[in-house]
Design a protein around this ligand. Structure first.
Ligand SMILES: [Zn+2]
Length: 261
């Protein structure tokens, strides 16, 4: 059994939460860390966790690549975190903009605004002693690492991690985790990442409802894909699947401070 460490259960694709969890369980996935992106999806994420407290753990977030989000939205998210800090397991997804910089009229200003917003959210992670689930792909990863260190955040995962090898090494050396998606099955970049990172620094995720190609073409995305990712980690590490699932689950529990079921 394994836990999906990052899924958007607020998405309409998972409107039937019971069926989502039943299907996940049938695939050896016994729960999911549910992340939000803005005030509305955070509220839906809290509802999902309240409806299934033994299988859904909520993180409240503010998506860094959503250019439509305003200062008012950020204040609402900060208020949500303050109000619910004792019943959430983390802050996420938060991070730094990357994809939205491409083609933006003033990427420098977006970067500066993104860092200021991340600073405010990391302050809350420190205040409430919560881990963070980061969206900081490619060129954003090194800056996010610097921000974590600057704020003294001790628990963090770089979700759907992709970064230069040296940056990944610095992330792992600092005690943070990195997470891989079903892309691991077909993408050499992700396979090299898993080979180079110790098992105790890895998490697996679906990032559902994000859809994947290759063997996942035409298959609905959701937490149930996390066990397939774990299976691929086991192959790459040359270890028994049961041991790898145990270690990945234990990593997730350690990061988000979950009780063992
Ligand atoms: Zn996500």
């Amino acid at each position: 059994m394994v836990i999906d460490s990052h899924c958007h259960l607020h998405d309409p694709a998972f409107a039937d939460l019971k069926e989502t969890l039943r299907l996940s369980m049938a695939h050896d996935v016994w729960g999911a860390i549910a992340v939000g992106c803005d005030p509305e999806t955070n509220a839906q994420t809290l509802e999902a966790a309240a409806a299934a407290p033994k299988a859904v753990w909520a993180c409240l977030g503010f998506h860094p690549d959503r250019t439509d989000l305003t200062e008012d939205d950020l204040e609402r998210v900060e208020a949500q975190i303050a109000a619910h800090h004792s019943r959430i397991v983390g802050i996420g997804e938060i991070g730094l903009p990357w994809y939205s910089l491409d083609g933006a009229p003033d990427p420098g200003a977006l970067k500066t605004r993104g860092r200021a917003r991340l600073d405010r959210l990391l302050d809350l992670a420190i205040r409430w002693n919560l881990p963070v689930a980061l969206h900081a792909p490619h060129g954003a990863a090194a800056d996010a690492l610097a921000a974590l260190k600057h704020h003294g955040v001790e628990r963090a995962v770089f979700h759907w991690h992709k970064a230069p090898t040296a940056v990944t090494r610095a992330i792992v050396d600092a005690g943070y985790l990195v997470s891989v998606t079903p892309d691991l099955v077909s993408r050499d970049r992700d396979r090299d990442l898993v080979t180079g990172v110790p098992l105790d620094a890895l998490l697996v995720e679906s990032d559902g409802p994000w859809e994947y190609g290759g063997e996942f073409e035409g298959i609905d995305s959701g937490p149930w894909l996390a066990s397939r990712v774990a299976e691929e980690v086991a192959k790459l590490k040359g270890l028994p699947i049961e041991d790898v699932m145990y270690q990945l689950s234990s990593n997730t529990c350690r990061l988000f401070d979950l009780m063992w079921a």
